[in-house]
Ligand binder design. Structure first.
Ligand code: ADP
Ligand code: MG
Ligand code: MG
Length: 249
């Protein structure tokens, strides 16, 4: 599904990713943990093709294609979905319009007609219900005045509508109360399938009690320095990250 080989990238002339390797098969959930400033968000930004992130080496194959060769929009249309730590607000564009435009773009890419407005409205309402978000949120500006928890629910709803192949959730648990965390986790779990993969970036083991990963990786100093099963997250929670530095050294 996604194969990252020796990926190197810099931001503002500073080397951040320094030879990162990660291989993700269909249906797998990979958690990425690691100290602040390790490059976790940079990885998500590089994969989604965000401006300002310069790839200086390595390669990324997405469903057999060269991901790094695609424009950001193309990556999204091919089925890469990134949920940001801090979702952007787009005042003046209704959430419903925005969601429909993104879904129609993906449909067009797959050679399908745009959805008619009535069917889309019905579908969007169903998804609102699934993430416990009032239907009024469809009429409001994108993320405009949404609370942290509402933004995350909205993002999960967007993910449900887009049906991506690879979902990257970057610290999607930060600042959430237990109820919102449960909604996000339920949303993700309901979307797990044999042909969809997830990268879940988190600082805290807690989220992984709800979204149980197949693999846990530690990203430190711009590379994956340790990988294991879900028990590695517990070990990190207990012991912190310094022992890994020692082990790597
Ligand atoms: P993490 O998500 O693991 O906490 P980041 O990927 O956000 O780490 O950041 C890694 C390093 O890259 C940090 O030193 C950070 O300051 C730097 N960095 C990331 N994005 C930018 C940017 N847009 N401009 C300048 N420095 C950046
Ligand atoms: Mg951080
Ligand atoms: Mg980050």
């Amino acid at each position: 599904m996604l194969s990252i080989n020796d990926l190197q990238a810099k931001v503002e002339d500073k080397d951040i990713l320094k030879g990162l390797n990660l291989d993700i098969k269909p249906g797998e959930v990979h958690a990425i943990m690691g100290p602040n400033g390790a490059g976790k968000s940079t990885l998500g930004n590089v994969l989604s093709g965000r401006e300002g992130y310069e790839v200086t080496g390595g390669s990324v194959q997405f469903k057999g294609k060269d991901l790094l060769d695609m424009e950001p929009e193309e990556r999204a249309r091919e089925g890469l979905f990134l949920a940001f730590q801090y979702p952007v607000e787009i005042p003046g564009v209704s959430n419903l319009e925005f969601l429909k435009a993104s879904v129609d773009a993906v449909r067009e890419h797959r050679g399908q007609e745009p959805m008619d407005s009535v069917s889309f409205m019905k579908l969007a309402r169903e998804k609102c219900k699934a993430v416990n978000l009032d239907q009024n949120f469809l009429k409001r500006g994108v993320n405009e005045g949404f609370s942290g928890g509402e933004k995350k629910r909205n993002e999960i709803m967007q993910m449900m509508l887009l049906e991506p192949s690879v979902c990257i959730l970057d610290e999607t648990d930060s600042g959430l109360d237990i109820d919102a965390l449960q909604v996000v986790a339920d949303g993700v779990n309901s979307q797990r399938s044999p042909d969809r993969s997830f990268i879940v970036v988190t600082h805290y083991q807690r989220l992984l009690d709800y979204i149980v990963p197949d693999y846990v990786h530690v990203l430190a100093g711009g590379k994956i320095v340790k990988s294991g099963g879900k028990e590695l997250a517990l070990e990190l929670e207990e012991k912190g990250y310094s022992w890994i530095d020692e082990e790597v050294a």
